[in-house]
Design a protein around this ligand. Structure first.
Ligand code: NAG
Ligand code: NAG
Ligand code: NAG
Ligand code: NAG
Ligand code: NAG
Ligand code: NAG
Ligand code: NAG
Length: 562
């Protein structure tokens, strides 16, 4: 290969790259690490280091129990003189594991942010490897039975006339169970976002730094904005990426959060019609035809759900599952729209298998053979506990939920998905007096925030990013011209370079910066159209793609689609 060719590569070549597989170091177990108020790092997963960091469960009564925060470090490889400290990462949810994200794609973060930083994944108190762990069930079998009766894929409130009252009743039951089973630790009172902000400050200080450096995605923006409000003089660098309106969050009323969801889906219809049948399997001549075909296909499933048997599992592919898949595809359209189109075409031809498998084809539950308590992922339980524990108590009746749904349906065709959050919280009973509940904002911060919003983000609209940026003096809003949830859902060199500069050099983009994306929604199968880029640019874009894969909605993870 000649040297010119070596220097250039195509984006297409990277698209087949496999996500790095991380293996635990032999004998490593989180439970063997002694929790400590200083950072005692041990080798854990292929080249990374782990620690358990001890914090008070209750900051107002520090003697009243402790929590151990699980941390993983993708260490700086720069010379000591260039070292710039830790950057903490929160992938959202709430309830998603920051540890897992850095385990999977720590190197991708390092590619974008630079080797001068330690990249820190942490599991917020109550989540995943942090202890004590939020858990409403006594055994994995009990948890599995609960979720079989109330599967997360049964998301659509529009699947039948009885979904709302069923979900409401189960939320009351779960809320009561959770409260009754929390008597020993009183954990649930203390898993709120304000305490996670306090933990982030402690972690930063344990590194010997006074100010936080942080990149928060989605719910991670509520956490970041809360931190900047509580500790405005402790802001080193904070990126809020895919911004949720924190005031709506604490009001337990995210009514306007989905106002751009239909815009994101519209890019599927427009992109498919423009791409043609070769690049989009669900092609029809106009965007309106494609939309109508999708509606017809979805509604037909309501009448005729399809039984599916795969090599791994079996189940029913129904209206709710298709609604769910369409919804999650709008989070990462550059990765999922083409497979969605493929799956829809197969569904239209009578084969629901591929779409069914996409939502998580995991083997049926088997009782473990040992009595030792196994580690269980708890993102769904943690999601409800943190979200509902943060918010103002919701005491809606079934008919109030129906009204809420009707109101939301005027704003978005995805109201059947979004109102589920309100239903879940209607049964929650644990709320700590005196917790932080907003409003977010500060008279000044010790460094300006960088706020990022996409033009068509299905769950965190640009208007929320704009409003949040205006609450923090000097904060700059960077707009990325793309559909998808958070900046990394679409690969944009412009965005990635601004993020790198912000952390490395403290340079903020100019006000009004609009970043284009370097990717197509429906790339043609022939590689001839692929753009030639420098190796460095291709690596940056590929790093972004890996981050988007790792930073997933809680829902997808739960369903096992890893
Ligand atoms: C939720 O917020 C919307 C918009 O601000 C408002 O119209 C609605 O009354 C609120 N609903 C509840 C139940 O608070
Ligand atoms: C999609 O729409 C086109 C144009 O209306 C129609 O000819 C075609 O049969 C539809 N395809 C499916 C799968 O519904
Ligand atoms: C519920 O689904 C039906 C089709 O079965 C559809 O016509 C209706 O618009 C949907 N309602 C909402 C609020 O999304
Ligand atoms: C299922 O198993 C059959 C027989 O072993 C194999 O031919 C087929 O490719 C498998 N299907 C999938 C989707 O893995
Ligand atoms: C339990 O033991 C049986 C027999 O040794 C084995 O086949 C099965 O896979 C085990 N199940 C689990 C969940 O480990
Ligand atoms: C805000 O804080 C920064 C850093 O401490 C300082 O440089 C700036 O002058 C302050 N701005 C205002 C309006 O107080
Ligand atoms: C670093 O920041 C300074 C001041 O904000 C700016 O003038 C300079 O161009 C930046 N350097 C790089 C490499 O971005």
């Amino acid at each position: 290969m000649n040297s010119l060719l070596k220097k250039f590569t195509t984006v297409a070549a990277f698209l087949t790259a496999v996500t790095r597989h991380v293996q635990a170091t032999p004998d490593f177990e989180w439970t063997k690490l002694e929790p400590s108020e200083s950072l005692n790092w041990s080798p854990c997963y292929s080249g990374l280091e782990c620690a358990r960091f001890q914090v008070p469960l209750d900051y107002s009564t520090p003697d009243n129990g402790v929590a151990a925060i699980a941390l993983v470090k993708y260490a700086s490889t720069a010379p000591k003189s260039q070292y710039l400290g830790p950057i903490l990462i929160n992938p959202g949810g709430p309830g998603s594991s920051g540890v897992e994200v850095v385990l999977q794609v720590g190197s991708a973060f390092a590619t974008i942010l630079g080797a001068q930083f330690d990249l820190i994944g942490f599991d917020p108190r109550g989540v995943s490897y942090s202890t004590p762990q939020i858990s409403n069930f006594r055994t994995d079998a009990e948890r599995s039975l609960w979720s079989a009766a109330s599967p997360p894929t049964e998301l659509s409130l529009n699947a039948s006339d009885t979904v709302i009252q069923d979900k409401w009743a189960r939320a009351q039951l779960l809320g009561t169970l959770a409260k009754e089973r929390d008597v020993t630790e009183n954990l649930l009172l203390h898993v709120t976002t304000d305490n996670v902000a306090r933990d982030m400050l402690r972690i930063t200080e344990a590194f010997g730094f006074a100010k936080l450096q942080y990149w928060g995605f989605s719910y991670g923006t509520v956490l970041g904005a809360t931190f900047a409000t509580m500790f405005p003089d402790k802001v080193g660098r904070i990126i809020l990426d895919g911004v949720m309106d924190a005031d709506e969050w604490f009001a337990a009323n995210l009514t306007s959060s989905m106002v751009d969801a239909d815009k994101s889906l519209q890019t599927f219809f427009d992109g498919c019609a423009a791409a043609g049948p070769e690049a989009c399997a669900f092609y029809a001549p106009t965007a309106a035809d494609i939309a109508a075909n999708l509606t017809a296909l979805t509604n037909a499933l309501k009448e005729n759900p399809i039984p599916v048997i795969t090599n791994v599992s079996y189940g029913i592919f129904d209206f709710s599952q298709l609604r769910t898949f369409i919804f999650v595809a709008t989070y990462t359209p550059y990765q999922r729209f083409q497979p969605l189109a493929q799956g829809l075409a197969q569904l239209a031809a009578g084969d629901a298998g591929p779409l069914y498998a996409f939502l998580g084809d995991t083997p049926p539950f088997e009782c473990p053979n040992t009595t030792a308590p196994a580690f269980h992922p708890n993102s769904v339980e943690a999601n409800i506990a943190i979200m509902c524990g943060d918010g103002t108590p919701v005491t809606d009746s079934v008919s109030q939920i129906r009204n809420f749904y009707a109101q939301e349906a005027r704003l978005t065709s995805f109201a059947d998905s979004s109102v589920s959050r309100r239903v879940s919280c209607s049964g929650w009973k644990v709320h700590r007096e005196g917790r932080f509940m907003g409003p977010v904002g500060a008279a000044n911060t010790s460094f300006p925030l960088l706020v990022i919003g996409n033009t068509a983000d299905p769950v965190t609209p640009l208007s929320h990013a704009r409003r949040t940026a205006s609450a923090f003096p000097g904060a700059v809003l960077l707009t990325q011209d793309s559909p998808g949830h958070t900046s990394q859902a679409a690969q944009s060199l412009c965005t990635i370079q601004h993020i790198g500069q912000y952390f490395q050099n403290g340079t903020l983009p100019e006000a009004g910066t609009l970043c284009p994306v370097d990717q197509e929604l429906f790339p043609k199968p022939s590689a001839s159209t692929a753009v030639r880029r420098s190796i460095q640019d291709s690596e940056l874009l590929e790093a972004g793609r890996q981050i988007a894969e790792a930073v997933r909605p809680v829902l997808l993870r739960t369903m096992g689609a890893q």
